[in-house]
Design a protein around this ligand. Structure first.
Ligand SMILES: [Zn+2]
Ligand SMILES: [Zn+2]
Length: 299
C-alpha cells in the first residue's frame, strides 16, 4: 500500500488495524524528525521536482518569530508610544518549498535562519540523491540534480505522446537558444504563431548530463584554474545549448572573443582540443582520458 492509500483508511478502522497503519505510516515516511521535511519529499515525489522560493513570512513554527506588529515609536493623538500599529505587520525572511501556482502572501515553511540552522535544503537534497529518487532538484550551489524532469507533450498532428527530450529542436526567435519543436514520430513542428503540441501534466525522468562525474570534475578544474587569476584570463565552462550532451571549455577575452580549449560529448565519449591549446590543456585531456574518452581531430 502507498502512503496515500493508508491515509484514506487512517482513523476509520479498528484499533488493531490502526496500529498496523501507524506503523506502516512511519515506515512510509522518510524518517525526518521535522514533519515538514517528510511532507516536502512526498510532494516532490508527486510533482517530480524539488524547488523553493524565498518569501516574507509572518511567523515561524521552529523558533520564536511570532505573528506580530511593529509598534509606534512616539506618542500622538491616537496612540501611545509602544502600542502596536496594526497597519504594519512584522515580516521575516522565510522560505517556501514546492510552492504551486496558488501562492499566499506571508505563508512559508520556516524562516531562513531555521532553514540554515537545521540544514533543511542540504538534507533534502542529500536524501533525494543518495536514495536515487527520480526528482529534479532546482539549480543550487550544493549538489547537482541527478535527474531532469522530461515533460510529455501530445502531437497536434498524429496525437502520439512524446518526451520533450526526444523532440527536434528549433532556434528561438530571439536566437538565444533552442526550444523543443518537432514531433519525433511524424515530424510535425510547432510554430511560434501557429500550431503547437499539446501540454500534459504527465512526465518522465531522464538522467541529467551535468551530473556526470567527468562533467563535474572538468568544472572543478576550471574553477581551480581561475582562482587568483585576472578576470580577462579566465576559462569558461559551458553546456551546448542545442545538444545537451556536449560540454566544453573556452577562453574568453573581451579583446578578441573566445578561443576553444576543449570540447567533449558524454555520449560518444570523444573530445576535441582547440588549435591554440594543443599543447596547453594536459590536465583536461588526462581527466577525460581517465574516464575512457578518446581524442579526435577537430573538424
Ligand atoms: Zn525560524
Ligand atoms: Zn506527430
Amino acid at each position: 500500500m502507498t502512503l496515500d492509500e493508508l491515509e484514506v483508511l487512517d482513523g476509520k478502522v479498528s484499533d488493531e488495524a490502526q496500529k498496523v497503519i501507524d506503523e506502516a505510516k512511519k515506515e512510509c515516511s522518510y524518517g525526518f524528525e521535522m514533519p515538514i521535511m517528510n511532507e516536502i519529499i512526498k510532494t516532490s515525489e508527486k510533482t517530480g521536482t524539488l524547488k523553493w522560493t524565498h518569501k516574507s513570512i509572518r511567523s515561524c513554527n521552529y523558533c520564536n518569530k511570532n505573528y506580530d506588529y511593529h509598534t509606534y515609536s512616539r506618542n500622538s493623538r491616537n496612540h501611545t508610544k509602544g502600542d502596536k500599529n496594526y497597519d504594519k505587520p512584522i515580516y521575516y525572511s522565510g522560505i517556501k518549498f514546492n510552492e504551486g501556482f496558488v501562492t499566499f502572501q506571508g505563508d512559508g515553511d520556516m524562516c531562513l535562519e531555521c532553514c540554515t540552522k537545521h540544514k533543511v535544503k542540504e538534507r533534502l537534497i542529500d536524501y533525494i540523491i543518495d536514495n536515487d529518487l527520480k526528482i529534479q532538484i532546482v539549480k543550487n550551489d550544493y549538489r547537482v540534480s541527478k535527474y531532469l524532469k522530461d515533460d510529455i507533450r501530445t502531437c497536434y498532428s498524429c496525437n502520439e505522446d512524446m518526451l520533450e527530450s526526444q523532440m527536434g529542436k528549433e532556434r528561438t526567435m530571439m536566437g538565444d537558444g533552442f526550444y523543443p519543436s518537432k514531433c519525433p514520430h511524424c515530424g510535425a513542428e510547432s510554430k511560434p504563431f501557429g500550431k503547437s503540441h499539446g501540454v500534459t501534466n504527465r512526465f518522465g525522468m531522464i538522467k541529467n548530463p551535468s551530473a556526470k562525474e567527468e562533467v563535474q570534475k572538468t568544472k572543478e578544474l576550471v574553477d581551480a584554474y581561475n582562482q587568483n587569476k585576472d578576470k580577462n584570463d579566465h576559462l569558461y565552462f559551458y553546456q551546448n545549448s542545442h545538444t545537451d550532451s556536449i560540454f566544453g571549455v573556452n577562453e574568453e577575452k573581451w579583446t578578441n572573443g573566445y578561443t576553444k580549449v576543449i570540447q567533449f560529448n558524454i555520449n560518444s565519449k570523444k573530445f576535441t582540443v582547440g588549435y591554440f591549446y594543443k599543447e596547453k590543456c594536459q590536465q583536461f585531456k588526462e581527466l577525460l582520458t581517465s574516464f575512457g574518452y578518446i581524442e579526435v581531430e577537430d573538424k
